[in-house]
Write a protein of this length. Structure first.
Length: 200
């Protein structure tokens, strides 16, 4: 039991761009502007799709979900990254790292599934145009969106729990700008071949 507790650090050091300090200010400005534009763009898509009755179609329903995923995904990574770029002490707590890992992995998976659902929607619209409104009804759209969200978060819980069981043996420097599975696997002091196969 003590062995497991000793392998869990209180915080991680996110190395990110620390090897190139001259890049930090320009990157901060670029990431901040990109983040603000991403927020406004996705909020505009959600707002317009919600307010315009002509856009209450399956395609815009899924696009709204995709915008919400993108909004949450960038928010789970960029603010902490901006704080670390400005700070001399580039750390994230263990809990913060776990939360970032879970959320970013869940939203990344959900985004992939929503893109697959959107391609299915376009397939039905092109190949079955006369039956489209019957096949892609509101109930099916809600079920497909819910399945994407639930599957994304379920996959994230499974993969994150596997990654977090690997002993880290005191390593706390993450050679990345946010917490993700491959970066945490590199901190392990045991053979991770079986873990990588299972995660893959």
């Amino acid at each position: 039991m003590n062995k497991v507790n000793e392998s869990i650090p209180w915080e991680f050091i996110l190395l990110g761009f620390s090897d190139r300090p001259w890049l930090e200010l320009p990157l901060f400005v670029v990431f901040l502007i990109s983040y603000i534009l991403t927020m406004f763009g996705n909020l505009a898509i959600i707002l317009v799709a919600h307010l315009d009755p002509k856009l209450h179609t399956p395609m815009y329903f899924f696009l709204t979900n995709l915008s919400l995923v993108d909004l949450c995904y960038t928010t789970s990574i960029v603010p902490q990254m901006l704080v670390n770029i400005c700070s001399t002490r580039k750390v994230i707590s263990y809990g913060g790292c776990v939360a970032q890992l879970l959320i970013s992995l869940a939203l990344g998976c959900t985004e992939c599934l929503l893109l697959a659902v959107m391609s299915f929607d376009r397939f039905v619209a092109i190949c079955q145009p006369l039956h489209y409104s019957v096949l892609m009804n509101q109930r099916l759209c809600l079920q497909l969106a819910a399945a994407s969200w639930i599957s994304g978060f379920s996959n994230s819980v499974l993969q994150s729990s596997l990654a977090l069981q690997i002993p880290l043996c005191g390593h706390i420097e993450v050679d990345h700008f946010f917490c993700e599975v491959p970066a945490l696997l590199k901190l392990s002091c045991v053979d991770i071949t079986a873990y990588e196969a299972e995660l893959f």
